[in-house]
Design a protein around this ligand. Structure first.
Ligand SMILES: Cc1cc2nc3c(=O)[nH]c(=O)nc-3n(C[C@H](O)[C@H](O)[C@H](O)COP(=O)(O)O)c2cc1C
Length: 396
């Protein structure tokens, strides 16, 4: 799994730095190319020579390396994964704050590779609210934290804070590198709120910004899927995602229904209007005209068509934004529309639903429900994709 992959390994200045030697040995034995970066703190705890001898290339420590004028971007771009073991409270705080003040933090910020941090410190440091908040911030950005273990600490104390075992660390690296678990999937995702035209300058819409749909597209493509995003919003597309634009519920329906059969999974994250003006004007309505008597009619519910017309292996995912009786309403929608999974959120809860960068959702399938607590939309996206993967495995 790790053979041929480039692992940039950051080592910071804690007592557990000596354990990084065993981690390097195991990664190299597994066929990985290990590029070590030591902080100046780390060098107070272990010798650079030991790591240079065991790793695949000599230790780098300085941003001002003479051989490579910009070592942080080279390392950041070439990395398949960046692992920091052990990660000090200092490194965690600096990275969470987006500060680049040494080669390791600069490399972390200059990279889009998956990042794994393995904190190690005294229990009081680990439990400090500042450290815990930094950990949550990083987790919400998609960083994997290999939690420290309970056990004997430096100085003879006992408690949480001991570096995770080398096997737990190596298995986190393996997991990060095998995130192509959706490589077989063609996924169609919709995002944003539709606009239903009243006249050429006015429309009916909703509060959706498309953030959850974009996060899903980004997560799915990172996991190897072929992704098409049908969107009503004008945001920068995640790299590797094919984009189609739509404006109204009817546009979205045409775009989705014309190609639905080509996809293994359809995720309807868009907030499609339930109603539209019956007779949109083709000229701007004047104030004097009776806009207040606007006649509206229901839009065609094509999620029902998708649910009813799906092939035996196809997975259809719907969303339910609710303000009351979340689970009951979402379950009813799941069954009535013959969906495989419904992602329900209570849009009255703080930090949840439209426009936020975070979400808290309830995932409901025919088999049961899972609560995904408040987290970034990217983390929620991965949980939704995990559920999709589980459904697919149960179908084939
Ligand atoms: C003996 C000793 C042990 C330390 N162990 C830890 C540790 O386990 N975890 C930690 O976060 N900091 C520890 N520190 C504090 C760090 O070494 C210090 O914050 C340093 O600035 C970290 O630098 P670095 O993150 O650039 O490597 C220790 C300091 C000393 C003197």
């Amino acid at each position: 799994m790790i053979s041929g992959k480039k692992v940039v390994l950051g080592i910071t200045g804690g007592i557990a730095a000596y354990k990084s030697v065993e981690v390097v040995r195991r990664l190299v034995e597994g066929g990985a190319h290990v590029a070590p970066i030591m902080t100046s703190g780390a060098k107070r705890f272990i010798g650079e020579v030991t790591l240079s001898a065991l790793a695949s290339e000599p230790v780098k420590s300085s941003l001002w390396d003479e051989d490579d004028p910009i070592p942080h971007t080279t390392l950041g771009q070439e990395a398949d994964v960046i692992l920091v073991a052990p990660a000090t409270a200092r490194l965690i705080g600096t990275y969470a704050a987006g500060i680049s003040n040494d080669l390791l933090t600069a490399t972390l910020l200059a990279s889009r590779a998956p990042v794994i941090l393995c904190p190690a410190m005294h229990t009081e440091m680990w439990e400090h609210p500042a450290v815990q908040e930094n950990i949550r911030t990083l987790q919400n950005r998609g960083v994997t934290i290999v939690a420290p273990e309970d056990g004997k600490l430096a100085g003879g104390d006992e408690g949480k804070g001991r570096l995770a075992s080398p096997s737990a660390i190596v298995s986190a690296v393996e997991q990060a590198l095998t995130l192509d678990d959706l490589a077989e999937f063609k996924i169609l995702i919709t995002a944003g709120g539709t606009r239903e035209q009243i006249d050429p300058v006015r429309f009916i819409t909703n509060k959706s910004t498309g953030k959850q749909g974009y996060a899903l597209a980004e997560a799915a493509v990172a996991r190897g899927a072929t992704v098409t995003l049908v969107t009503t919003v004008d945001r920068e597309a995640p790299i590797g995602v094919e984009i189609q634009h739509a404006e109204s519920a009817s546009d979205l329906r045409s775009a989705v229904m014309s190609c639905a059969d080509n996809y293994d999974v359809i995720i309807m994250a868009a907030a499609v209007a339930d109603f539209q003006p019956s007779l949109p004007a083709d000229r701007k309505l004047k104030k004097s005209q009776q806009i207040t008597n606007l006649e509206i009619e229901p839009t065609h519910d094509f999620l029902i068509d998708l649910g009813k017309g799906k092939s035996s292996n196809q997975i259809i995912v719907g969303f339910a934004a609710e303000t009351e009786e979340l689970e009951k309403n979402a379950k009813e929608k799941l069954e009535r529309k013959n969906l495989d999974l419904i992602v329900a959120n209570d849009v009255t809860a703080p930090g949840t639903g439209f426009a936020y960068d975070t979400n808290e959702v309830l995932l409901i399938t025919g088999q049961g429900k899972t609560n995904v607590p408040l987290a970034s939309k990217r983390v929620v996206a991965d949980k939704i994709l995990d559920a999709v993967l589980g459904l697919r495995e149960s179908k084939v």
